[in-house]
Design a protein around this ligand. Structure first.
Ligand SMILES: *[C@@H]1O[C@H](CO)[C@@H](O)[C@H](O)[C@H]1NC(C)=O
Ligand SMILES: *[C@@H]1O[C@H](CO)[C@@H](O)[C@H](O)[C@H]1NC(C)=O
Ligand SMILES: *[C@@H]1O[C@H](CO)[C@@H](O)[C@H](O)[C@H]1NC(C)=O
Ligand SMILES: *[C@@H]1O[C@H](CO)[C@@H](O)[C@H](O)[C@H]1NC(C)=O
Ligand SMILES: *[C@@H]1O[C@H](CO)[C@@H](O)[C@H](O)[C@H]1NC(C)=O
Ligand SMILES: *[C@@H]1O[C@H](CO)[C@@H](O)[C@H](O)[C@H]1NC(C)=O
Ligand SMILES: *[C@@H]1O[C@H](CO)[C@@H](O)[C@H](O)[C@H]1NC(C)=O
Ligand SMILES: *[C@@H]1O[C@H](CO)[C@@H](O)[C@H](O)[C@H]1NC(C)=O
Ligand SMILES: *[C@@H]1O[C@H](CO)[C@@H](O)[C@H](O)[C@H]1NC(C)=O
Ligand SMILES: *[C@@H]1O[C@H](CO)[C@@H](O)[C@H](O)[C@H]1NC(C)=O
Length: 473
């Protein structure tokens, strides 16, 4: 009895597993493919000649559609249109082929979401016209249109300049039904727009007014549009038809470098002209900060100004002479400002003090000062520098001791270094000193006066003080 029921129990489990497997099989991605097409992960292909699809296939999930890079549709007699939203979930589509169908209509927004589309084959369809605006936002490397019943109309004249296959010679159909090469087509009242923008250079002081005039020609009458950076200056646009004015009032220095474009388009295509604003203004220092340590020490600053300001520094009101140890460097120009550093190589507390940055150009000057702190003066107990040591207290007393030990070691090293320099100098000058010039070429190494004797290590390296003493003395 118990054996029997256990046997049935197992059979029940087995059945359930089979059911699960069958369900899993049904959920396989492959089955999400539309009935009349075949799908392989990245590609959808619909070529069944017998039964035609009527619209773009849809997969079950958005994720699956995002994986598709290639859609191939051929020999579909009921396929007539690519509508606005048909392809918007195929965001990674690169190749689209729709060929040998009744495709008649392509929405101007058809490829709005298909920014990666590169290859578009629309050969052998029933397209009579198509706007360049449909592809305007895309980086299409080939667009194939041969074998359509394109009209010899101004709408299609833009195709003359388009990159297709080398061999592809587009034909168009005239009203009477006569076919001719699109490349030879010239139509009256069908002219690519031209644009002139005046003045072609805008160099002016801030606070003044300027009027930019954009003038266009082209047929049919083009649309005129201004495309500017985010303008800080007060501005207004005026005009109609072939002419438009952009007035900038009390021009702001923040608009220096701003690109202003006038764009003109009609069904034949688009043209544009641009000008960069060059706004002259006196320097403004917006930032000067206490020294920070990276590889070198740096006193960071940000300064605006056009032309580029000349920069100089005062330390405690005395001019700083720049050299390889103290040097101003601009690292970056962004958002209208030069960002840089006064670099200091191994500064000590001697370099502490009030640093004044002075910036000037022919329109004026600005200055700003900061107290820069490079090292705590260890012997001055009263100094608790709020800037350098900030709010972070030294914590447990061991830390303080550690600081003293480090400073102590540094001081001893420094003293030793000075001592060495003195000895070296003394050695050179003393009459027992080595006559460096007479020594052999091999002997270019460390030389010192060791208790009045001349020594030369002879080896091709600098020998330390201690080493020489040990070896020779
Ligand atoms: C999409 O493609 C990736 C990588 O090829 C794959 O791991 C993932 O399962 C696919 N997603 C779907 C929903 O097919
Ligand atoms: C489409 O049909 C043509 C002629 O009927 C045939 O030559 C071609 O191979 C077909 N294309 C596809 C992809 O099936
Ligand atoms: C389509 O895409 C594939 C890979 O994304 C590429 O190798 C191929 O050259 C493209 N063009 C055509 C016509 O298939
Ligand atoms: C092609 O499109 C035109 C309309 O532009 C239509 O009259 C004609 O019937 C279409 N031809 C086919 C074969 O679908
Ligand atoms: C473009 O073609 C479509 C379909 O044939 C038609 O309805 C439309 O009027 C045409 N547009 C122009 C400007 O000829
Ligand atoms: C446009 O595509 C070409 C290759 O087809 C590529 O070299 C170029 O970088 C692309 N440009 C942009 C802006 O994506
Ligand atoms: C700029 O234009 C405004 C308004 O037209 C005018 O009030 C102002 O005086 C002009 N400024 C200069 C410097 O011409
Ligand atoms: C605009 O340009 C046309 C020719 O290109 C010229 O005849 C016309 O005078 C210009 N208008 C202005 C306001 O510059
Ligand atoms: C011009 O703009 C500046 C700020 O950019 C403002 O301080 C000044 O009052 C403005 N001048 C006029 C005449 O509007
Ligand atoms: C120690 O620091 C204080 C505060 O900064 C200063 O007033 C004093 O002159 C310093 N003493 C010495 C010996 O440097």
């Amino acid at each position: 009895m118990s054996l029997l029921s256990r046997g049935f129990g197992m059979a029940g489990w087995g059945f359930r597993w089979v059911l699960v497997l069958v369900l899993l099989a049904l959920w396989r991605p492959g089955t999400a493919c539309p009935e009349l097409c075949t799908c392989t992960g990245v590609r959808i292909s619909c070529v069944d000649t017998e039964r035609s699809i009527m619209a773009f296939p849809m997969l079950q999930s958005e994720a699956e559609m995002e994986n598709i890079t290639d859609i191939y549709i051929a020999n579909q007699s009921s396929f007539t249109a690519i509508n606005e939203k048909d392809l918007n979930l195929y965001r990674n589509l690169r190749n689209l082929t729709v060929t040998n169908t009744r495709l008649t209509y392509i929405s101007r927004q058809a490829f709005e979401s298909n920014m990666k589309l590169q290859y578009l084959n629309l050969k052998e369809n029933n397209l009579s016209n198509l706007s360049w605006r449909t592809f305007h936002h895309l980086n299409i490397s080939s667009l194939l249109l041969a074998g359509n019943t394109l009209q010899c109309a101004c709408d299609n004249v833009w195709m003359k300049q388009w990159r297709g296959e080398e061999s592809e010679e587009l034909m168009c159909v005239e009203e009477g039904g006569k076919r001719r090469a699109l490349a030879m087509l010239t139509l009256p009242n069908c002219v690519l727009p031209t644009v002139t923008l005046k003045p072609t250079k805008v160099t002016m002081r801030k606070g003044l007014n300027v009027t930019l005039v954009c003038n266009t020609s082209g047929m049919p009458t083009p649309n005129l549009n201004w495309d500017t950076c985010k303008l800080n200056s007060a501005h207004q646009k005026e005009g109609s038809g072939q002419m438009s004015e952009l007035k900038l009032l009390n021009v702001s220095s923040l608009d220096n470098g701003c690109k202003i474009t006038c764009r003109s388009d009609n069904m034949v295509g688009e043209s544009e002209a641009s000008v960069h604003l060059d706004i002259l203004f006196a320097p403004v220092i917006s930032k000067l900060m206490d020294a920070i340590s990276d590889h070198h020490w740096c006193i960071p600053f940000s300064v605006a100004g056009n032309p580029k300001p000349k920069l100089s520094w005062l330390l405690n009101d005395q001019p700083v002479e720049e050299c390889s140890y103290i040097l101003t460097k601009i690292h970056d120009y962004s958002e209208g400002e030069y960002h840089g550093c006064l670099h200091l190589d191994s500064p000590t507390h001697i370099n502490n003090g009030k640093y004044t940055l002075m910036a000037s150009n022919e329109y004026g000057e600005d200055s700003m000062a900061i107290f820069a702190h490079f090292m705590h003066e260890p012997w001055n107990e009263s100094v608790t520098d709020p800037l350098y040591y900030d709010d972070t207290p030294l914590g447990p007393p061991e830390d303080k001791v550690a600081v003293y030990v480090v400073v102590g070691i540094a001081a001893i090293t420094f003293t030793g270094f000075i001592l060495m320099l003195v000895i070296l100098k003394f050695g050179r000058n003393s009459k027992f000193g080595i006559k460096g010039k007479h020594l052999s070429a091999l002997c270019q190494t460390f030389i010192k006066d060791c208790f009045g004797k001349t020594h030369c290590s002879g080896r091709n390296k600098w020998v330390s003080f201690v080493e020489i003493e040990k070896e020779e003395c």
